[in-house]
Design a binder for this molecule. Structure first.
Ligand SMILES: O=C[C@H](O)[C@H](O)COP(=O)(O)O
Ligand SMILES: C=C(OP(=O)(O)O)C(=O)O
Ligand SMILES: [Mn+2]
Length: 450
């Protein structure tokens, strides 16, 4: 039986159109935009509402310390790089990290990609200047091209259709990999053995040996490894482009309620989380689990107001706060926020993004981050929760499965001179494959309190 939506609920989905919306492109034609969104609205959903419900329940567990979220992927996915190899390497990296974190946390790890839709970027500056030439900033492949030419930088609504198609093909491959045998625990464990056999990561030898013993114990005890061949892998992206997100918002026939079907999980960025703004309004009306980024200027009042607006019923798993304070600020800012929300707010899943508060430009002009500083923010996150008596629920990182050189440091000690070797990101720097695994081992040690 199909349940129809309440007409007032349907009308509400367009309420955002009358509200201030920051970070929206100046599309080259309103007509074209209308045609594109009308077409998008006829396309099938990318995810099923029931999957979003399942994720909400899993995130509720993370809010109580019964699970831990690992959310990772590019700062900005690109059409050109959404190839089989890239997608496979990213999934492989996240699965490898998840095995290490499962052991460290002794908890199920919720696996989520910043994948299959992470094509739109908020920018600090509307324009970019190079050698005296000024053009609109690159805002992600969903909006314009990265090539520094006037033609490429014009926001083109047709790119929204390409985003949908790229998201669909990426998600299809993700589902094939994670249900088709690629995620087999024994196989992922073998990959991790390859990583820890590298002398650069000798520091993690003891932990790696413990994991190895645990897997052998499971085998000896008759664990059903065939049941561990498949995993749930969720998709997520920043819900930035409201025209796209609205077109992908559909009524679930089981319940008559609206879901954003472009991804399982959507988050609102640090630059678009105005309490009376369009982004908060649209996401307040969908049933998906959602996130909000919180930077170092966030006050307890703001956090509580966002909770009231986005999760008025206080439903566990509905709202995730993704904090991105900067390693230098987190110990000073986060504990008060945690205490205020614990005292006066409703259940929330707290996740640490140790990337976005720690970005700087190297002397040679590369946007980068330091591996040690990123890890220090994660440490500060755990310390703050310890101090406030609250639950650290997960990790949100920008990573890739390839050997890029975008973040300084780590066991292979990428230095400033090395950044130019393989600096490929179009927006923010990502942990490479090895750095991602190293982070997983380091965080696993933190989770065990060693
Ligand atoms: O990914 C996050 C933001 O889009 C990014 O950090 C903004 O970068 P910008 O300051 O280069 O515009
Ligand atoms: C834009 C991003 O982050 P923030 O909103 O935290 O700056 C991002 O996650 O890429
Ligand atoms: Mn980013």
């Amino acid at each position: 039986m199909t349940i129809e939506a309440d007409p007032a609920v349907l009308r509400g989905l367009d309420n955002w159109r009358d509200l201030p919306a920051s970070q929206q492109p100046e599309w080259r034609s309103a007509e074209e935009l209308r045609a594109v969104t009308e077409e998008l609205a006829t396309y099938p959903p990318l995810v099923f509402a029931g999957e979003a419900d399942k994720l909400r329940e899993e995130l509720a567990k993370a809010s109580r310390g019964e699970a831990f979220l690992l959310q990772g992927g590019d700062c900005a996915e690109t059409f050109a790089e959404s190839t089989a190899d890239n997608i496979r390497n990213k999934i492989r990296t996240i699965l490898q990290m998840a095995v290490v974190l499962t052991y460290g946390a002794s908890l199920p790890i919720i696996k989520m990609g910043r994948m299959a839709g992470q094509y739109a970027k908020p920018r600090s500056n509307t324009m970019e200047e190079r050698d005296g030439v000024e053009l609109p900033a690159y805002r992600g492949d969903a909006v314009n091209g990265h090539a520094f030419t006037p033609e490429s930088r014009v926001p083109d609504p047709n790119r929204l259709l390409s985003s949908y198609h790229r998201s669909a093909t990426t998600l299809n491959l993700i589902r094939a990999f994670t249900w088709g045998g690629f995620a087999d625990l024994r196989r992922v464990h073998e990959w991790n053995r390859g990583f820890t056999s590298n002398p650069a990561y000798k520091r993690y030898e003891a932990l790696a040996a413990e994991i190895d013993r645990a897997v052998r114990f499971m085998a000896a005890a008759g664990a059903d490894f065939d049941a561990l061949k498949t995993v749930d892998f969720y998709s997520s992206h920043e819900a930035l482009l409201l025209d796209y997100e609205r077109a992908m918002t559909r009524i679930d026939s089981r319940t008559g309620l609206p879901y954003n079907t472009s991804a399982h999980f959507l988050w609102i960025g640090e630059r678009t989380r105005e309490i009376d703004g369009a982004h908060v309004d649209l996401l307040s009306r969908v049933r998906n689990p959602i996130g909000v980024k919180l930077g170092p200027t966030t006050t307890p009042e703001t956090a509580l107001a966002l909770q009231e607006r986005l999760n008025p019923d206080g439903e566990p798993g509905r709202l995730t706060f993704i904090t991105r304070m900067g390693a230098g600020r987190i110990r000073e800012v986060l504990p008060d926020l945690l205490s205020a929300v614990a005292r006066e707010g409703s259940p929330v899943t707290w996740v640490c993004d140790p990337m976005h508060g720690n970005t700087f430009a190297s002397p040679s002009g590369y946007k980068t981050r330091r591996f040690d500083v990123v890890l220090d923010e994660v440490r500060g996150f755990f310390e703050s929760h310890e101090q406030a008596g609250t639950v650290p629920g997960g990790l949100h990182v920008e990573l890739t499965g390839d050997d890029v050189t975008e973040i300084l440091g780590g066991g292979e000690d990428i230095d400033e001179g090395a950044l130019s070797r393989r600096y490929e990101t179009l927006v923010d720097p990502r942990l490479n494959h090895q750095q991602s695994l190293e982070m997983a081992f380091a965080v696993a040690e933190m989770l065990r309190g060693s």
